[in-house]
Design a protein around this ligand. Structure first.
Ligand code: ZN
Length: 276
């Protein structure tokens, strides 16, 4: 019975984010991108940050949580004219706006939480606020978090969501091999999520085409559920650079977010003692 419920848990695992490993990788990249001032706040708390990076995926019993992880763009028309406020979203699509996803606004709210955490002087609060902010920033870099066809259900490619963000990441990504871009302060940080989402959205057609191509050129089992090793080789050859790029960008943007929040809080020195 226990095994069965565990299986159910796995089968119904959230479709709305990088797997656990992806979120850990983004946290690690962000920490490595930071200059000493904000970096000092996380000394001895690196593991804690990674452990909490997937927390929001465990909050989905609350029905309001799911839409915080994505933004379906198509109902809004031209991606260059996405709504910038919830009022604008509502005006464009009516009462459905929340169901279509609210990730850019959640990133704004959680970034303000991080500024407050820095002001509080408590490194534990800073770590937790960073983990939560980082989760949503990472999700905004997953192309399939920007489309109504989020699991390939409209193009007969069910499961592509997890094949891309978990299957490829678990099989092939080595965090230590990914290059680090130093974090930069960004005064317009609160407007950035829209740029990331538009860029992510532009990656959707090729991602779906590559999944189809990997399926077309490799053997499948009779149920079409389990992919063969050949499938993974082909899908990785085509999408590996994109997965790596999106993880790197998410790590860089989380680094920018932390640095900018620390500056907005008045560059507070950390009370944490460096590990000797
Ligand atoms: Zn998520």
């Amino acid at each position: 019975m226990r095994a069965l419920s565990l299986l159910m848990l796995v089968l119904t695992a959230p479709l709305w984010s990088w797997g656990d490993k992806g979120h850990r990788v983004v946290s690690i990249l962000a920490l490595r991108s930071l200059p000493p001032g904000p970096r000092a706040w996380f000394l001895g708390r690196e593991a804690e940050l990674c452990e909490h990076a997937s927390d929001p995926d465990h909050w989905k019993k609350d029905r309001k949580e799911g839409p915080r992880h994505f933004l379906d763009m198509e109902p809004y028309g031209d991606p260059e004219h996405l709504p910038r406020t919830l009022d604008e979203a509502k005006a464009k699509v009516g009462g459905d706006y929340y169901r279509l996803g609210v990730v850019p606004w959640i990133i704004q709210d959680r970034w303000r939480d991080l500024v407050e955490a820095f002001r509080s002087g408590d490194p534990a609060k800073v770590t937790l606020a960073t983990a939560i902010l980082g989760h949503y920033i990472a999700d905004a870099h997953v192309p399939l978090h920007t489309t109504v066809n989020h699991d390939g259900q409209l193009t007969d490619q069910r499961g592509v969501h997890s094949r891309w963000e978990t299957g490829l990441v678990e099989r092939y990504i080595v965090a230590e091999d990914l290059p680090i871009q130093p974090a930069q302060p960004d005064e317009a940080f609160l407007q950035r999520p829209w740029d990331w989402l538009v860029a992510s959205h532009g990656l959707v057609p090729q991602l779906l085409a590559d999944d189809r191509e990997a399926d077309r050129t490799t053997p499948q089992d009779s149920h079409g559920k389990q992919r063969s090793p050949a499938y993974w080789t082909v899908f990785w050859a085509r999408q590996g650079p994109v997965v790596e790029q999106q993880l790197q960008l998410a790590g860089k943007h989380l680094g920018d977010a932390i640095l900018s929040a620390w500056i907005a809080a008045g560059r507070p020195p950390s009370a944490a003692r460096p590990a000797s």
